[in-house]
Design a protein around this ligand. Structure first.
Ligand code: ADP
Ligand code: ZN
Length: 723
């Protein structure tokens, strides 16, 4: 009798395929294997034993090609893959693929060569040779490349000394992915609330099992130090910690703090790792050799051998929602993963998401409160600048009162931050003769002027072109004018207002790599910059010691789209940005330039009344049945042809199973009606909280007609974006 196993392959499929286990191969569920799939071999995972394979398929089943030499995926990770696939309606193979991102071939270690002094000095001495000999006089083996670099010689000089018998070549042990952090390397002196918070975390860890804690502390209160105590406890217990960050490019300062506390850097996991580093990190995590991993949302899918703690820093951050491929919220999935693995989860924020705040208020999550800043620093005071009454001069964007405050700040040798959440020079360019507006040929969107790149760019599809010489409509030349500001235009104004100041613009499109970003942030931290002009990149978790003044250039920007989360996001973003001010010395101060100083979000920010904001927002969500008091799902239908998209969307809505608790809204043309040449229609499904939305959608979609041609249906459970 042949043995057959069901294998999940990492392609967009839900069902497993059966393969024959060749004689002599020992396979268990979870084993990582190679199987033939169509013309190629793919890395896949044994999902289950198949005790009674369909006899009709018997002769057509292929053999498992080989078993990879890596630890099997644990039941806990396989359950997580199953759960997430079911909840988000993503094919299981697509989710599985995210756990197998170790690179195609793990391959053997690359050999690292070193050199060591063994023989007498060479006959012929040169200054270069002398430098190498001085360096290696310690008798230890040095990596060859490093030795050449440190001695300031070419590798040829070293080879020459090997030929002469002065040095010998040795094979060095592979460098570990991460050296073990020392939980007792340099514990800080925690202050009172931190001590209490750390104790609560240690208790949760000691008790074992699943729990969720929210470290709810104002900006600058030292939340990181508190969860570091949880990390230390987990290291002592010999278990692994996963720390999720919304934006891995922003973790430079975090890595330094980790190193200061634990003596070494943690392992990193993100998309910019080299394939080799990726493969080695994956294996080391699976082997349990990596005690702490800090990563972007994809770190959720690593095969931890002995997971003991999950931390989600800045848990409210929108970047945790993945919007393409598998649509999932990494914070929510972290909680699920913690539940399946039965380990404590720590969420961390100064402005928790409404979902998390409700869970904390209802006692489902334990709240660890840090209501004061570390070192007794005050929170910044905030005032509004009413743009209707005291706005800037025409075609300028900085009101006189804000400009005056910036002037005073830099005269005092402090830093100022001007925040505008808009990349580029101007969001719109129009012809001032005929009114023609330059728009994207593929999308329902204006082209954004990016002067630094000398191009007009579509922020939805990436289309770009230079500014045309003449207006395409009236053929007039030199009539184009920019409308509204982006950070590049703001920079121009700042240069005019403060010609002597050192200015830095921080915007994601101006920054090529993680390393580059880290350097820029370090420049600011070290005080080499007077005025920072930035987009939301600057909002996230930095500590700029000399920054005391923050000006929000357009506080109303995020409120403009009628999205159900607009107020929450605006509150969080502005609170976080202003929270960059006054963290170490002096008193921070924030200005909000707004047309609506009476808006509840502005009033809550100015009054520093966080509770008032949450009270009002929670009450509204409860009354209207929006999350977390109800559930939402979005179905996006798109096609190259508008009628095709609309017809299919109507058809789909027409066959929605009727259920007294469920409301199916739409289809309606999406607010962004065309993207990349595709016409878009949205259906929104709304249900009570205690309702199996995923099951409902599955029933519905099993009846849906096949999408043909350019038609595409995208499902988003718990959507964050409604565009
Ligand atoms: P948050 O993340 O809450 O905004 P941080 O964790 O960044 O705050 O802490 C703010 C600053 O205070 C950091 O520079 C941090 O090093 C410092 N800090 C916090 N707690 C302590 C402590 N107990 N001892 C020394 N420095 C601390
Ligand atoms: Zn476009």
């Amino acid at each position: 009798m042949r043995r057959v196993v069901d294998v999940q392959v990492p392609v967009a499929l839900d069902q497993a395929y059966s393969y024959v286990v060749p004689d002599g191969m020992d396979l268990q569920p979870g084993d990582v294997i190679c199987v033939p799939l169509g013309p190629r071999d793919v890395t896949a995972v044994v999902w289950a034993e198949n005790p009674s394979p369909n006899p009709r398929l018997d002769n057509r089943l292929k053999d498992v090609a080989r078993k990879l030499d890596v630890p099997p995926l644990k039941p806990e990770l396989r359950s997580f893959v199953d759960w997430m696939a079911g909840y988000t309606l993503t094919p299981r193979g697509t989710v599985l693929r995210m756990t197998l991102r170790m690179g195609e071939q793990l391959g053997p270690e690359r050999v690292r060569l070193g050199v060591r002094m063994v023989g007498p000095k060479p006959q012929r001495m040169t200054p270069a040779r002398a430098r190498v000999i001085a360096l290696l006089a310690d008798g230890f083996a040095h990596p060859k490349g490093e030795a050449a670099e440190q001695a300031g010689v070419s590798p040829g000089v070293i080879d020459g000394l090997v030929d002469e018998g002065t040095l010998e070549t040795v094979v060095l042990a592979a460098e570990p992915v991460a050296r073990p952090p020392d939980p007792d390397f340099k514990p800080p002196d925690l202050y009172e609330s931190q001590i209490a918070g750390a104790q609560m975390l240690r208790d949760s860890i000691a008790k074992g099992g699943y729990s969720v804690s929210l470290i709810d502390g104002v900006t600058g209160s030292g939340k990181t130090e508190v969860y570091f105590e949880g990390v230390a406890e987990t290291i002592r217990a010999g278990r692994q910690t996963m720390i999720l960050m919304p934006e891995i490019a922003l973790t430079g300062a975090f890595l330094e703090r980790f190193t200061a506390r634990f003596g070494v850097k943690p392992a990193e996991w993100h998309s910019q790792l080299t394939p080799r580093k990726r493969a080695r990190t994956w294996s080391a995590v699976a082997a349990g050799e990596v005690p702490v991993v800090v990563g972007a949302r994809s770190a959720l899918f690593l095969p931890y051998k002995n997971l003991g703690l999950i931390v989600v820093d800045e848990e409210h951050d929108q970047a945790y929602k993945q919007e393409d491929g598998a649509r999932y919220h990494a914070r929510d999935m972290a909680v699920v993963r913690g539940h399946i693995a039965q380990v404590p989860v720590v969420l961390c924020s100064a402005t928790p998401s409404v979902e998390t705040e409700v869970n904390a208020r209802k006692g489902r999550y334990q709240r660890i409160a840090l209501p004061q800043r570390f070192g007794g620093q005050h929170l910044p005071s905030i005032e509004a600048i009413d743009l209707k009454a005291e706005g800037p001069p025409r075609n300028r964007f900085i009101a006189p009162r804000l400009a005056e405050a910036v002037k005073i700040a830099i005269e005092r040798g402090e830093q100022a931050l001007l925040f505008l959440n808009r990349r580029g020079y101007a969001p719109l360019t129009l012809c001032n003769k005929c009114g023609f507006r330059l728009s994207c040929p593929n999308c329902d969107a204006w082209l954004v002027d990016h002067r630094f790149r000398r191009r007009l760019v579509c922020h939805h599809c990436g289309f770009s072109k230079p500014l045309p010489d003449a207006c395409p409509k009236c053929e007039a030349t030199e009539t184009f004018v920019p409308c509204g500001p982006g950070v590049e235009r703001l920079e121009e104004e700042v240069r005019v207002l403060f010609p002597a100041a050192r200015i830095m613009v921080l915007s994601s499109d101006l920054i090529a790599t993680v390393e580059h970003m880290r350097e820029e942030l370090a420049q600011i931290e070290q005080g080499h910059v007077d005025i920072i002009v930035g987009t939301q990149l600057v909002a996230k978790g930095h500590n700029f010691p000399k920054l005391n003044l923050v000006g929000i250039v357009d506080a109303d920007l995020g409120l403009a789209n009628g999205d159900p989360r607009a107020t929450e996001r605006t509150f969080q973003l502005l609170h976080q940005v202003v929270g960059r001010a006054g963290r170490e010395a002096g008193r921070g101060h924030g200005f909000l330039q707004t047309h609506q100083p009476e808006h509840p979000v502005m009033k809550a920010l100015i009054a520093q009344d966080r509770a008032a904001f949450y009270d009002a927002e929670i009450e509204l969500r409860e009354r209207t049945g929006y999350p977390p008091f109800g559930r939402l799902a979005s179905l996006l239908v798109s096609a190259g042809d508008k009628h095709d998209a609309e017809r299919y969307a109507r058809q789909l809505a027409g066959i929605a199973p009727s259920h007294e608790d469920v409301r199916v809204l739409g289809p309606a043309e999406a607010p962004l009606a065309v993207v990349r040449g595709r016409y878009r229609f949205r259906i929104l499904v709304k249900s009570p909280r205690a309702f199996d939305m995923s099951g409902y959608l599955r029933d519905w979609l099993s009846q849906a007609p096949k999408t043909k041609g350019t038609l595409k249906l995208e499902i988003d459970v718990d959507p964050q974006s409604f565009l």
